[in-house]
Write a protein that binds this ligand. Structure first.
Ligand SMILES: NC(=O)c1ccc[n+]([C@@H]2O[C@H](COP(=O)([O-])OP(=O)(O)OC[C@H]3O[C@@H](n4cnc5c(N)ncnc54)[C@H](OP(=O)(O)O)[C@@H]3O)[C@@H](O)[C@H]2O)c1
Length: 313
């Protein structure tokens, strides 16, 4: 199977490129080969490389900057997925696309007023330009009628790139105290976990006797994160504690204080409740979700092993 995999210089794209290399032939264009902000160039690129499947983790992900660069965010997050979907439809191939918890406004509550997890059927109401542009991308894919799986995830981190995990590890070495937002709730998702789940979905597609029939019964939007819920403050405490156990950080460790979002204003508003209900994904694909802290430990463990290998060489 030939897979066109976008965004391989990014966190998730890079992990997918490593993880899927043994199960498919990957076409991994850099931005210079395939600029997703230039939708006119996308169709001809796809026609040239003739993939059997498109996987699109590429996105404009600068959430705060998107408030100023909304046109660019829409070109990459909405127009490009629309063209990928049109081409997938034309070539009768599937599209696996990644989206975000930021399509929701974070206000979902149970009848008793406690926060409730969002299902795929819940109304979307993004609070910021990034979320709105990603939602427009989802809608374009669904409207195209192509065979698609849209995986909405949240709080993505890895051992590489720009992410919360690496920021906390850096700040923990630089500062004696950290003030971290404690009133936004969601689930951190490592790219190792996300790429492993994607690989499991891909394996089911590859085993299907009639792939287009498989798409008919499996296509749709799914929520994909590890299990459990935390907030940014608890997440940072777990990072520091476990990184110290593995020798990635040494004493003195910083004191971590929880603060409200109002004390850390950002250009883009974020949802306070990013809980995603994964029941649909688990039932459809049988994917076992690790607890979010176990997925974090696995990522930190891999970082510690890489550091040890470097030291040994
Ligand atoms: N990061 C999160 O916390 C988060 C949360 C929820 C959902 N998601 C979704 O998860 C997916 C993966 O996110 P990520 O954190 O792995 O993203 P990332 O690390 O920011 O990587 C984004 C990738 O997209 C590429 N890209 C951006 N603009 C492009 C353009 N005009 N043409 C071609 N390529 C372009 C980047 O290439 P360059 O290196 O050339 O810029 C990079 O390879 C995205 O769909 C994102 O919306 C992310």
């Amino acid at each position: 199977m030939r897979i066109l995999l976008t965004g391989t210089s990014g966190q998730l794209g890079r992990t997918l490129a490593t993880n899927l290399a043994d199960v498919a032939e990957l076409i991994t264009p850099r931005r210079a080969d395939l600029d997703l902000s230039n939708s006119a160039s996308i169709a001809s690129y796809i026609q040239q490389c003739k993939p059997d499947l498109i996987i699109n983790p590429a996105a404009y992900t600068a959430v705060d900057l998107a408030e100023k660069e909304s046109e660019l965010a829409y070109r990459v997050n909405a127009e490009a997925p629309a063209v990928l979907a049109q081409e997938a439809k034309r070539l009768s191939i599937g599209l696996i696309h990644f989206s975000t918890d930021y399509v929701f406004d974070g206000g979902k509550v149970n009848s008793d007023g406690t926060a409730s997890a969002y299902t795929e059927q819940d109304q979307c109401a993004p609070l910021n330009v990034y979320g709105a542009s990603k939602l427009a991308g989802e809608q374009a894919i669904v409207d195209s009628g192509c065979a698609h799986i849209i995986l909405r995830t949240s709080w993505v981190y890895s051992d590489f790139g720009k992410n919360f995990l690496l920021t906390i590890l850096r700040l923990a070495k630089e500062k004696p105290e950290l003030n971290i937002v404690a009133d936004q709730w969601g689930t951190p998702s490592s790219t190792m976990f996300l790429s492993d789940a994607t690989k499991q979905i891909l394996a089911q597609l590859q085993q299907a006797e009639y792939p287009m029939t498989w798409w008919q019964t499996h296509q749709g939007i799914y929520h994909l994160t590890p299990d459990g819920v935390t907030n940014w403050c608890e997440f940072s405490q777990e990072i520091v504690t476990y990184a110290a156990q593995l020798g990635l950080l040494s004493a003195p460790l910083p004191q971590i204080h929880g603060i409200p979002s109002s004390a850390y204003p950002t250009p883009a508003q974020r949802p306070q409740n990013s809980r995603l209900d994964k029941t649909k994904l688990v039932q459809q694909f049988g994917i076992v979700l690790p607890a979010w802290d176990k997925a974090l430990h696995a990522c930190l463990q891999a970082m510690a092993e890489a550091k040890q290998r470097e030291a040994d060489n």
